[in-house]
Design a protein around this ligand. Sequence first.
Ligand code: UT7
Length: 335
Amino acid sequence: MYNSKITGLGYYVPENVVTNNDLSKVMDTSDEWIQERTGIKERRHVSTEEDTTTSMGVTAAKIAIERAGIDKDDIDFIVFATLSPDYYFPGPGVLVQRDLGIKTVGALDVRNQCSGFVYGISVADQYIKSGMYKNVLVIGSEVHSRGLDMTTRGRGVSVIFGDGAGAAVLSREEDNSKGVLSTHLHSEGQHAEELSLIAPGMGKRWVTDIIEDNDPNDESYFPYMNGQFVFKNAVVRFSEVIMEGLQKNGLKPTDINMLVPHQANLRISQFVQKKFGLSGEQVYNNIMKYGNTTAASIPIALTEAWEAGKVKEDDVVVLAAFGSGFTWGSVIIKW
Ligand code: UT7
């Protein structure tokens, strides 16, 4: 029996910085409202056609592979988490295989929105623990900005989300006391529509009708979020799933060296920090700079924390996410 270990991390964000004041020029919002409710100061939006969910994921992956000290041909499997794929199908996993020039290994697309990276880590961990694969590449990447309603109608959602990508290489670890100790996944489909993008799903509509309607007021093409309901569920589920992971490993909240929560809202992270009695040094937040980058938020934050020397050998590192589905999960790591 092996463990899996994160051996390489990388991230990429587009150059184009969009401040709260920039947004207030195109919709009825303000820097004060956004900062007070979310903690966000600015986010990145793609501004060139070259930046896509796949291309940003590829850039992040190259950095992660190099830092893992392996060759791209050592990658045995690709997991790609996103809610904003370049194409409706095929998913970006195969595009990464192509664009990185990796041999014909398997490529899996994960559709778990804000929990996508945590689900991806869990998949990679299980493949490595079973002995099937040695090195698995996990990517989370999003281009939200091309799909947001940038008018006052969409302000409750549009000010929150940003673009970016992060990646991790998970490799076989023979010392079972190190690496990913456990992962914990949950879902509650009862609330599927509370944070959703209904179109262009094939649920009830024919694509020919959609084309014929060509209705610019069709809101189903924009993401919908019942903000307060999502917020209330998020704080409960984040807390539960972190505690579940700690208990599974006989750990206490005070044993956490670094908690990297999905960057949904700074107020949610602060609530969780307070609930577990953690200091500011024990929780990594960067939503102020990037907004909520969904599947990319944890790998971007984890990479930044690692680069800053805030994640060290033998540290207990906890990843936790909650989002659309609802889906949520946690990962407990001994670094
Ligand atoms: O990553 C996936 C998980 N996502 C989350 O966990 C997000 C959870 N939810 C939230 O973070 C918060 O609910 C939001 C930040 C989305 C919204 O904050 P809120 O405090 O729940 O605001 P609200 O939706 O209750 O709206 C309050 C008021 C409304 O006006 P009225 O009806 O009181 O007149 C909104 O129309 O704020 C208005 N509003 C805005 N005003 C200025 C909504 N969006 C904006 C905006 N700028 N961008």
